[in-house]
Design a protein around this ligand. Sequence first.
Ligand SMILES: CC(C)(COP(=O)(O)OP(=O)(O)OC[C@H]1O[C@@H](n2cnc3c(N)ncnc32)[C@H](O)[C@@H]1OP(=O)(O)O)[C@@H](O)C(=O)NCCC(=O)NCCS
Length: 182
Amino acid sequence: MPKLLPLSSQSDAAIEALLDAAFGPDRHGRTAYAIRSGMRWLPRFSYAILRGDGEFAGLLQSWPVALIDEDKGTEIPLIMVGPVAVMPQWQQGGYGRMMMDRLVADADDMADAPLMMIGDPEYYGRFWGFSAESTGGWKAPGPVEMRRLLMRGVKQAPALPASSAGMLGPRQLHPAETGRPA
Ligand SMILES: CC(C)(COP(=O)(O)OP(=O)(O)OC[C@H]1O[C@@H](n2cnc3c(N)ncnc32)[C@H](O)[C@@H]1OP(=O)(O)O)[C@@H](O)C(=O)NCCC(=O)NCCS
């Protein structure tokens, strides 16, 4: 039986090796990295999945980010979900869904900001209701396919309206609980 644990159960080296295997070593140039630049992942919303034999097979990290409107001086806190990564040889085995199911359940219980991510709507929309419907006014510090810029509200923090606008970036005004560095 696979086991879902807090990501803090794994070493930094093991986490980096898994991310390299899932995304390739050039992953640091991705827009998602710029959005959360300098932030630490959120221990409460980050997970590891271990196979029955104890092998580290996948991880999910979440980050404190924000939608920032510099003209107005406003910052709306968001929780960025991802990377969601499963080792190539064990993809399509349900591990991604297990981690996302837990994240969404924990976020509905405990998160105080809506979730956002860059990901395939065919996956994250189909199973967990993420949508690009209200993110059309958002900008990112790098290239992003707008259909893949997704949001989902949580119980304590509904999804932002379609009129929401601004630049995605690391949180400045609303620091979150600390985790380990990127
Ligand atoms: C994307 C990823 C996390 C999915 O995890 P996984 O454990 O391989 O997938 P699951 O077993 O949970 O998927 C279950 C279902 O989702 C579907 N699915 C998986 N990835 C999908 C995608 N990108 N788009 C659409 N459907 C997808 C599967 O076909 C399967 O559908 P089915 O039950 O109808 O057959 C994993 O494949 C991965 O690490 N990929 C490389 C890294 C990546 O692209 N991460 C996402 C961006 S942060």
